[in-house]
Ligand binder design. Structure first.
Ligand SMILES: NC(=O)c1ccc[n+]([C@@H]2O[C@H](COP(=O)([O-])OP(=O)(O)OC[C@H]3O[C@@H](n4cnc5c(N)ncnc54)[C@H](O)[C@@H]3O)[C@@H](O)[C@H]2O)c1
Length: 449
């Protein structure tokens, strides 16, 4: 029996019996739901995170992520088979290591793999024969093989023989109540058959379906293709919104009607731009790697540019309409920005277009406040450190009426839009919350942009 086969058979048995100890590296929006889902499938799980404060809160059973069921973490911790730690020595006990660390953009808006490299270096100190290491962070095609593998192999152990290595892209959609980590099929890719089979065996126990592909690079490409598809379609629908608006046509009923076509059309909806850790970031990884290998992605790049300037376009439109419809200059106007999260029902402002709108309006001389039930206080962010500490305005008839305009940038569910509709002087709705929810607004007060 060869070494790889005997080591993988041992791990396969532990997977089949749900005895393999799983360590997730990174307990953020992706790593924590994944760690809990693996635990809920019956495996003992330890979450490793460098953020000791977050580790402490998780071990106390705190909810940590707003859209989680109230007691999900507490229940997991209570079983004694789920815990968090900041001590990397836990990796010695791991049979399976899942890497879920950030892959942001650098200051030059290029792929920044610092976190992945650091995590791989940490794992390399503890990697041992028979372990399965899986990268889940979004990366460019070739990263697992060209970046992570050499770091782990510096130990003298060989991937596919002594330990097993692959890539499985995360498809988490924070706040989506239709699909959970468990119900979303998972792509699994590896460069050797032992690793691929182990990935498939493991993830088949965790999620509804594991879909094997031929290599780590193929699996990495799947994620970038999915997200670039979204990027291009969001740019397209925003472009169509502006064009139809010029023809006097509201795009929302158009999309609703088009979506009745049972094939060949998938609805995307207009908004103030794109945000989060995925959609704005993945296409950059794809186009950077394309250039790196002498190719190019002009359509994706055009869509990226269109999405990046979307918040500015919204702000300019607000300024123009304030002037034209209300006879007010944006200079000195008091504007309430509703929602600073990058999308509805999440407490996440990474790459949020709402902050771009707010910032552009202020650059034009407006005085902006915000309302967001997920952020009583504006968090410290890499892109907007100077906005930190501002406080969410409480919605009352008086506060709402005091603003020259309200701009809806995020369509959180738990917001009193009826109150806003009744008392706002002027509303700019980028998300169709008023018409979409049948909320009455006095004639002439609502502008869908
Ligand atoms: N958030 C999403 O919606 C989403 C969806 C799909 C894929 N992804 C991808 O998943 C990856 C993780 O994203 P996220 O949203 O969970 O990020 P996050 O910032 O929410 O969480 C990352 C966590 O990793 C921890 N960390 C960083 N370096 C570490 C290290 N060396 N060791 C241990 N812990 C470390 C951080 O402290 C943080 O808690 C990224 O590549 C992202 O692109 C994110």
């Amino acid at each position: 029996m060869n070494r790889a086969f005997s080591l993988s058979s041992e791990l396969r048995t532990r997977i089949q019996q749900c005895q393999a100890h799983v360590v997730t590296v990174g307990l953020g929006y992706v790593g924590l739901p994944l760690a809990l889902t693996v635990h809920e499938a019956g495996f003992p799980v330890t979450g490793l995170d460098v953020n000791a404060e977050r580790v402490g809160r998780i071990n106390q059973g705190e909810k940590v992520i707003s859209y989680f069921p109230e007691d999900r973490i507490a229940t997991a911790v209570g079983t004694g088979r789920f815990a968090a730690t900041a001590d990397p020595a836990i990796l010695t006990e791991a049979d399976i290591v899942l890497i879920c660390v950030p892959t942001p953009l650098s200051g030059k808006r290029e792929p920044d793999l610092t976190y992945v490299i650091r995590a791989a270096e940490t794992i390399s100190r503890w990697v041992r024969p028979g372990q399965l290491v899986v990268l889940e962070s979004t990366v460019w095609p070739g990263c697992t093989t060209n970046i992570v593998k050499p770091i782990l192999e510096k130990t003298g152990l060989v991937a596919g023989t002594d330990f097993f290595l692959g890539f499985s892209p995360e498809r988490e959609d924070p706040g989506n109540d239709k699909f959970s980590t468990r119900s979303i099929p998972k792509i699994v890719g590896a460069d050797d058959s032992e690793s691929r089979d182990l990935l498939e065996a493991f993830y088949s126990k965790i999620v509804t379906k594991a879909v094997p592909v031929e290599s780590s690079a193929t699996a990495e490409a799947v994620k970038l293709v999915e997200n670039s598809f979204r990027t291009v379609n969001i740019a397209l629908v925003n472009e169509m919104k502006v064009a139809l608006d010029a023809m006097g046509i509201d795009i929302w009923p158009v999309i609703r009607a088009a979506a009745t076509k049972p094939f060949g059309f998938m609805p995307f909806y207009p908004g103030p731009g794109i945000g989060g850790d995925c959609i704005p970031v993945s296409p950059v990884y794809l186009s950077w790697r394309a250039r790196d290998v002498g190719s190019e992605t002009p359509i994706i790049d055009l869509a990226r540019g269109n999405n990046e300037t979307a918040p500015d376009r919204i702000a300019f439109r607000v300024a123009a309409d304030l002037n034209q419809r209300a006879g007010k200059a944006v200079q000195g106007a008091q504007i309430l920005v509703m929602g600073i999260a990058y999308k509805k029902n999440v407490e996440d402002t990474r790459e949020s277009p709402a902050l771009g709108v707010l910032r552009r309006l202020e650059a034009m001389g407006a005085r902006c406040d915000y309302h967001d039930p997920y952020f009583p206080e504006m968090p410290m962010t890499r892109d907007h450190p100077d906005l930190a500490g501002r406080v969410s305005v409480t919605l009352t008839p008086e506060t709402v009426a005091a603003y020259d305009a309200v701009v809806v940038t995020t369509d959180h569910t738990d917001v009193d839009y009826a109150l806003v509709g009744a008392f706002a002087q002027m509303i700019f709705d980028t998300r169709n919350v008023f018409d979409g929810n049948g909320i009455a607004v006095p004639a002439g007060c609502l502008v869908k942009i």
